[in-house]
Ligand binder design. Structure first.
Ligand code: KIV
Length: 271
């Protein structure tokens, strides 16, 4: 029996059952009401209100500038559209690192002001105190290891992480620690497929991959990337399901042409 088809609402428990049953979890990003409505009606399991909104929605080069208030704005728009999906909200850079009390305060603001269902934090051992404190408030936490874009200035590049043995061993330890601490799931970003499978096989909570191969429990992509709205981002791991950039470009040009030629509006399009 398929777990996700039976349920009216996706919860962390449903996701756990899906892993146990070997059912793959589908997750995509969402930042606004209209897109979230389509995602939810299409049957997505998790909508991630990612801090990638900093790039995709606001045009910043990195995820660092987005603020907690801005994340809450995006998350509350998404939550208003959703009936079924679990809504996970990224804690933005500067709202949790190095201060577990601030991590709890930021998470409570997200839950209270946006109505989101869980938070996501980047990092391993160094953020365990923050995760523990957030969990004391009954807020579900998703982890994020591998390429963690909030640390881009430490890494220097967006290339594949944990190719070396030492970093791979550290990542496995961090994944186990996040599970022990109480995370309900972990995102693994841009690491070798073999390593991602090893992690997914060695912990009992769901592992969701992006650029981490097919041996994990589910997949996540940035919606704007998989729809082909952003035609300048073409990493190997990205499958494009549409070329919306071109479709939208042509639609906008069609409208401009019709206005300029007085073709729009016609008689049927007026009162
Ligand atoms: O912010 C985001 O979109 C993410 C995904 C890439 C996992 O964290």
């Amino acid at each position: 029996m398929s777990v996700h088809k039976e349920v009216k609402k996706i919860t962390t428990h449903v996701l756990q059952e899906m892993k146990t049953n070997g059912e793959k979890i589908a997750m995509l990003t969402g930042y606004d009401y209209s897109m979230a409505k389509i995602l939810d009606r299409a049957g997505i399991d998790i909508i991630l209100v990612g801090d990638s909104a900093s790039n995709v929605m606001a045009g910043h080069e990195t995820t660092l500038p987005i603020t907690l208030d801005q994340m809450i704005y995006h998350a509350s728009s998404v939550v208003r559209a959703v009936d079924r999906a679990l809504v996970v909200v990224d804690l933005p850079f500067g709202s949790y690192q190095g201060d577990s009390k601030q991590a709890l305060t930021s998470s409570i603001r997200i839950m209270k002001e946006s109505g989101g269902h869980a938070v996501k934090l980047e990092g391993g051992q160094e953020i365990v105190e923050s995760i523990k404190r957030i969990l004391t408030a009954g807020i579900p936490v998703m982890g994020h290891l591998g390429l963690t874009p909030q640390s881009i200035y430490k890494f220097g590049t967006y290339t594949v992480r944990a190719k070396e043995e030492q970093e791979a061993a550290q990542l496995i330890n961090d994944a186990k620690l996040l599970e022990e601490t109480g995370c309900f799931a972990i995102v693994l970003e841009k690491i070798p497929a073999k390593l991602a499978k090893k992690v997914a096989d060695s912990i009992s909570i769901p592992v969701i991959g992006i650029g981490a191969g097919n041996g994990v429990d589910g997949q996540v992509l940035v919606s704007h990337d998989m729809l082909g709205i952003n035609n300048e981002f073409n990493p190997r791991f990205l499958r494009k399901y549409h070329n919306l950039y071109e479709e939208m470009f042509n639609a906008f040009q069609g409208y401009i042409k019709d206005v300029r030629s007085s073709d729009f509006p016609n008689e049927k399009e007026q009162y």
